[in-house]
Design a protein around this ligand. Sequence first.
Ligand code: HMG
Length: 350
Amino acid sequence: MHRISTLRSLARSTLSGVSSRRTLATAATRGNFVKIVEVSPRDGLQNEKTIVPTATKIELIRRLAETGVPVIEAGSFVSPKWVPQMGDTPQVVSGMPVSPSISYPVLVPNMRGLEGLQKLLETHKGQTDEIAIFTAASESFCKANTNCSIAESLTRLEEVTAKAKAMGLKVRGYVSVVAGCPYEGAVDPEAVGRVSKALKDMGCYEVSLGDTIGAGTPSVVEAALNASLKHTNAPAEYFAAHCHDTMNTGLANVLHMVRLGVRTVDAAVGGLGGCPYSPGATGNIDTESVVFALHAEGYETGTDLNKLVDVGEWISGEIGRRNMSNAGRAMLAQRKLKADKAAKEGKQRL
Ligand SMILES: CC(C)(COP(=O)([O-])OP(=O)([O-])OC[C@H]1O[C@@H](n2cnc3c(N)ncnc32)[C@H](O)[C@@H]1OP(=O)([O-])[O-])[C@@H](O)C(=O)NCCC(=O)NCCSC(=O)C[C@@](C)(O)CC(=O)[O-]
């Protein structure tokens, strides 16, 4: 009870629009566990031009499960004509090893996608208990991404959510382009707030605020969060930070949102990713940098940074990409230096 009232007062103080030191300090005294949602198998790979083998996707999910992340976004039941890379999601979901302590959400854009998942679960019960639905805060992006208006998408998603919940699935919501749209430029935070409210009202247990084009800065994502707090009357903990890193502001945005009370961060090992409908956008903020910074700032994530670094390096190699994680590359270089030094000292002793 006390915790809820603390959260409410935090939401109110954040709503005042004044990100004063006092507000931030209050946020920092709240629970220090931050949930990492590892989105590399879906958001990280969906934009790869060369089709990544199903076995590699399954192996990525298996390796991620060993890092301690509590949520791994496994794929999407979207149209393969729109996103060919995700066309094997049924095979990935049916073939992936699952741990009872991890959630494996899949993106679902419409009833057709949910029916596909339902069919799969008939023969592969328990492979996932969660879907993620998605819409946007700008009309142009919504049209480009899902071929419909925001209002049409919300009507579609309301139906999807009701059926998913009846199937016993949890539903997570995404709002894209909360900090800028590739077609319309600046996005009104009030539009973000209205869409967040619609997702909450239809029954999403969490709403992830997506800086899809990775052009936001701390004050811009704060405005999007503030409007969402105002419209939903939910605590900051209800929201997730989903920041792409196009302009190198992803980590600053994530840390700012966490200091404002957000306790869920979406990220992708190796900084994998991009969005097919957001020209020029680069990957998600890399999990390695997020976890490094959160741990250094006194937050807990329950994840093993060294293992995340290994997975980021491995998957980057598998898909023939440079590892885009600064923290990952730095830690690998430090490890190599240590190993070289130890080898040199070993030789000298001989
Ligand atoms: C929403 C649609 C399907 C509408 O696409 P549409 O073309 O308007 O759909 P339609 O209902 O007219 O159907 C056209 C064809 O697609 C099929 N179809 C229809 N639905 C499905 C389905 N679910 N699965 C498989 N097939 C499907 C349908 O059966 C039909 O097949 P045909 O008769 O021509 O052979 C399409 O626009 C789409 O799939 N969009 C998804 C785009 C996408 O995945 N974007 C990336 C994910 S969102 C993201 O990355 C942002 C996020 C979440 O990370 C947060 C952030 O960073 O902001």
